[in-house]
Design a protein around this ligand. Structure first.
Ligand SMILES: [Zn+2]
Ligand SMILES: [Zn+2]
Ligand SMILES: [Zn+2]
Length: 107
């Protein structure tokens, strides 16, 4: 585990959209500005590492707002989504790579 800057609030610790309240704590890091992630990780392709759902003012549903997802092993581009992390027909994460944009090579 290691601590990384919270992608969703960019380390500010506050909800970037102020949906509940301008003073509300960031729901991803609970106001700490940093989140614990297991290593190794890859940048989340679905939100491009921003932690924000591409089409809504919500946490990214692929990485839960952390901007990265745990990935072990040798990776290759997901052929289902072409590395974008998107399902072909919508605003949801790719069902094969779960938004990471990469899959285990040979698997
Ligand atoms: Zn945060
Ligand atoms: Zn994401
Ligand atoms: Zn994919």
């Amino acid at each position: 585990m290691s601590l990384v800057i919270c992608a969703f609030c960019k380390g500010k610790g506050k909800d970037p959209f102020g949906l509940l309240s301008k003073l509300a704590d960031c729901q991803v890091c609970r106001g700490k500005g940093k989140v614990e992630v297991e290593q190794p990780v890859v940048k989340c392709a679905f939100c491009k590492g921003s932690g924000v759902h591409p089409h809504e003012r919500l946490t990214c549903s692929a990485c839960k707002g952390k901007g990265c997802t745990v990935f072990r092993g040798v990776k290759e581009e997901c052929s289902n989504c072409g590395g974008t992390g998107y399902k072909a027909d919508g605003n949801l994460p790719c069902v094969v790579c779960h938004g990471a944009g990469v899959v285990l090579k040979g698997g």
